[in-house]
Structures are given as C-alpha cells and as structure tokens.
Write a new protein. Structure first.
Length: 259
C-alpha cells in the first residue's frame, strides 16, 4: 500500500537528513528549495523592471530640462496660418477689445505648402482643396477657464455638437467670425532644444530593450496593477442614469420601505 506524505512531513525528513550529514550548524544558513530560488529570480527581475522605469523617468526629466539654445541662422520649416483682425476692424475704436477675444480663441495650423491645400477624392479623382480652419469653439468646461468677462460672453452663442459615441457636447461659438481673417506667415525656427548624447543614448537603449522583449506590459502591471488602458468616458452621466450607483443594499431597502 502506497503511503501518502504531506509536504510538511517530507520537509521534516529532509531537514533531519541534512542535520545528520552536516550537523546542527547548517541550520544557521538559509537553504532554499528549487522553487524558492526560481521565485527569487522572478522577484529580482521585477525589481529590475521597476528600477529601469525610475531611471528612464529621471533621464527623461533631465532631457526635457536641458533648456534651449539659439539657432544661427534661423531655419524656415513650412508655413503657419493663424487669424488676425480684419483691416477695417483693426482701424476701428474697438480693435483692442476684439484683439483680446482673438488671443483666447485663435488657432494655429502648419503646412509644408504655402496655399495650405490637401488632397481629397471627388468622384474617383484626386483634387486639391484648401484645408479648413476655424476659430476655437471651447466646450462647456473650457469656456470659464478662458477668462471672458460678461461683455465678452455676449458675443458667444451655445451650439450642441455630437462627439464620440453620439454624445452631445455644449460648445460656445463666436457670433461674428467675419471680424477675423486668416494670415499665412513663414514658420521660422529660431531656437532648438539642447541635447545630451549620453542621456539620449541611455534612454534609447532602455526603450529598445523594453520594446524588443515586450516588457512594457509586465512593467505596467507591476506599477499600476493592470495593463489594460481604459478609454475616457463621462462618468457623470452614469450617476444620473443609475440612481442605485454607489449605494449599499441596506440603503436601497430603506428607500423602498419609504415608498
């Protein structure tokens, strides 16, 4: 008949044999099993991934804080387009007022072509059309942060526009966009970021090592608990749709009794 031994019994027998062979002094040493040694290797590797994350983060901060240096001579890279006051508005007595509004809702665009034309397909043919550009239409949460006074707010009206997943968002649109016109200017680069070759080389080596071996997932799991990236949602609407959200069972039963 086969005898079944528990893990604890086997461990006691193994320890007694080791004591008989090497004496009681062997107990002062931390002898680990093969499973414990393998687990230590995994734990040590996880610690290395965390250290690499901290090193990469510190190096990126150093690289971003190196500052700027002037570029001699300046280099033109494409063209930039933005809004300016129309000539008759710029000569009027309200030029300063509309200039203040424009500073808050102006938009900038870049293109390698001076005419800002892009390819489009029309009836099977590729044609060039001018790239559209319009003033900033701040959302409901963004509009108060721009610092408009009460008089300036009168020049905006509310428009509901659809966003992702058929979610409607309230936007504020300027009433008189004809006061501004687009202006194209050369995009001149007058300064460039300082570069440290040692830091850039080390950051590149870490990135290649992590991406080549696909260690980003493991690193993200160690740091954040999960690798799954959740998409942004407006969680406030779920609170209104579900009145039982974040309520215990006892609170729900008490509310039913009151009904």
């Amino acid at each position: 008949m086969a005898l079944l031994f528990s893990n604890q019994t086997i461990l006691i027998v193994m320890n007694s044999k080791i004591i008989q062979q090497y004496g009681e002094e062997i107990l002062c040493y931390r002898l680990r099993t093969a499973r414990q040694k393998k687990r230590m290797l995994y734990e040590d590797f996880d610690k290395q991934l965390i250290e690499l994350y901290r090193e990469e983060k510190a190096l990126n901060e150093q690289k971003n804080n190196l500052g700027w240096e002037p570029l001699h001579p300046p280099v033109q890279k494409g063209w930039k387009r933005f809004f300016v006051l129309r000539d008759d508005v710029a000569r009027s007595k309200h030029a300063e007022f509309f200039e203040g509004i424009l500073e808050k809702i102006n938009t900038y665009d870049w293109s390698h072509r001076k005419d800002f034309k892009i390819k489009r397909r029309k009836r099977g043919r590729k044609i060039y059309v001018v790239k559209p550009q319009k003033l900033l239409e701040p959302a409901e949460w963004h509009f108060p942060r721009l610092g408009f006074n009460e008089y300036e707010q009168q020049f905006f009206h509310v428009v509901w526009s659809s966003y992702r997943n058929k979610v409607f968002v309230k936007k504020y649109v300027f009433n008189e966009p004809w006061r501004f016109v687009l202006r194209v200017r050369p995009n001149m680069i007058t300064k460039m970021k300082k570069r440290d070759e040692i830091i850039a080389s080390r950051v590149n080596r870490i990135a290649v090592y992590m991406e080549r071996n696909d260690y980003r997932k493991r690193q993200a799991k160690l740091l954040h608990g999960s690798y799954k990236w959740t998409r942004w949602r407006d969680f406030g609407k779920y609170d209104e749709a579900n009145p039982l959200r974040n309520k215990s069972l006892q609170q729900i039963l008490d509310e039913l009794k009151d009904l």
